[in-house]
Design a protein around this ligand. Structure first.
Ligand code: CO
Length: 468
């Protein structure tokens, strides 16, 4: 049995390279070439695709999923799901998570990859339960990062919990692309020994080491890898699908993908890529190697957000200071992995610490919520000075329970509240996640006139979204 391949160009590929702007027409057009290629799955939905459809493309994300399903009769479709955050940026109540999983599967998803930024298993429980209930394949992804607590033993212990929870497979999700080949070898060797779950690796080429890391992981027992067809591969995206099809040809790892199908998909993606290069959404800088992410251990997307924030403040001279401050903030906060939404939170705090000249003089409300336990448990104890922690918490109660236990059911209330706007449960879910943008989209969709897509909010979008 060769290594299995998950094709990511239709989700992470364009999310990593050009702000998730492929249209449904483009996605479907490529997807139909790939159904006979022999992939294990196509990652086509979730992550930022949902937000991008509603906010920038004037498209119904649910419609995209149904259209892809129509042209992919054989291949499994996969989505990325941020645990209790679903596809949004806050915790949602269990009934919304349940309904979202139900509707994702009904509309065509086979595999749901669930992760939590903090690897707090409690934030995955509801999504796993619902995925099993509605017959989906539930994959749990562990956010990979480096820190004194994120050791091989840490991931092995989590993997055992993931198996107990009832996941069907386990993914190591290296959103920053900082996993090195030797570490991958040790990690996958131990995971293979300690769990019977199929193992997958998701990483990014940003630092220029990803192909080597994948090869080391595969030889150590990794069963599935995430790759992107050549036009949307490398740079801040995944390594190229074709590369692995050639490298492993004739070996026991041979993925046996059909080269004609890959070429047909790649030809269409080349035209799409050229369009985004020409309109400036794909910055050629995203395509080159950036070893700084290994030095600073921060995701590529976070580096570009920092540059944007500092440029806006006229403070690019503080760039190096901010990069040095990021590891300090992570340590203070118990080493959260730098993935959405923590990457934005830690980055913003580091910028504020440097720019104000006094650490934690200004604190975003999200950092306060984190210190109140509202995102879940920190991976390691908080080591920030207790007096500062107390000042930030401002006497509010710290929670130690699963954050969603404090949320009342929301779905029926929202359904009633928006009964004049929402035409389906899917519409209610879009509104639950992206209220104003979803309502604006639905109203436009259901009016006779179809206004043109606005393309002027690119910068803001890049700030909101981190690496996934
Ligand atoms: Co990714």
């Amino acid at each position: 049995m060769g290594v299995k391949i998950v094709e990511t160009s239709l989700r992470d590929g364009h999310q990593s390279l050009f702000a998730t702007r492929m249209t449904t027409e483009e996605v479907v057009n490529v997807a139909k070439e790939l159904d006979d290629a022999g992939y294990y799955a196509l990652e086509v939905w979730g992550g930022a695709t949902f937000d991008s459809c509603l906010r920038f493309l004037n498209e119904d994300p649910w419609e995209r999923l149904r259209e892809v399903r129509k042209v992919c009769k054989k291949t499994k479709l996969q989505m990325l799901f941020r645990g209790q955050n679903i596809l949004g940026y806050r915790h949602y109540s269990d009934d919304v998570v349940d309904m979202f999983v139900k509707k994702s599967i009904e509309n065509g998803i086979d595999i749901i990859r669930v992760f939590d930024a903090l690897n707090d298993i409690r934030n995955l429980q509801q999504a796993v339960k619902s995925c099993k209930k509605y017959g989906g394949h539930c994959q749990i992804a562990l956010s990979y990062t480096t820190s004194p607590v994120h050791t091989v033993e840490y991931y092995v212990e989590l993997a055992k919990k993931v198996e107990e929870l009832g996941a069907d497979s386990l993914c190591i999700k290296d959103m920053a692309g900082v996993l090195l080949p030797e570490d991958a070898k040790k990690l996958f060797k131990e995971l293979k020994k300690n769990t019977s779950l199929p193992l997958e690796l998701h990483s990014h080429c940003t630092a220029g080491v990803c192909e080597m890391t994948y090869k080391a992981a595969i030889e150590a027992g990794c069963d599935i890898i995430d790759t992107a067809l050549s036009p949307l591969s490398n740079g801040t995206s995944q390594p190229s699908t074709q590369a692995f099809n050639y490298v492993f040809k004739g070996t026991k790892y041979d993925p046996k993908l059909d080269n004609d199908c890959l070429n047909a998909g790649a030809a269409k993606l080349t035209k799409i890529k050229d369009k985004y290069l020409a309109n400036g959404l794909l910055n050629p800088k995203s395509l080159s190697v950036n070893p700084n992410i290994l030095k600073y251990q921060v995701p590529g997307g976070m580096l570009s957000n920092l540059i944007k924030q500092l440029t806006d403040q006229n403070a690019m001279d503080k760039y190096e200071d901010v990069l040095k401050e990021i590891p300090n903030v992570r340590k203070d906060l118990g080493y959260p992995p730098l993935v959405t939404p923590l990457s934005q939170m830690v980055g913003t705090q580091a910028v504020l610490n440097v720019i104000t000249g006094e650490r934690y003089k200004m604190v975003p409300k999200e950092i306060k919520a984190y210190l109140l336990g509202q995102y879940g448990a920190a991976p390691a104890p908080i080591t920030l000075d207790q007096a500062i922690v107390d000042r930030i918490r401002a006497g509010e109660e710290v929670i130690t329970c699963r954050p969603a236990d404090l949320l009342k059911p929301e779905f029926e209330t929202l359904k009633e509240k928006y009964k004049d706007v929402a035409k389906s449960d899917e519409d209610v879910l879009s509104i639950a996640l992206f209220e104003a943008n979803a309502i604006a989209f639905i109203k436009k969709r259901d009016s006779v006139e179809q206004p043109k897509v606005e393309e002027d909010e690119v910068e803001e979008f890049n700030v909101v979204l981190g690496g996934n």
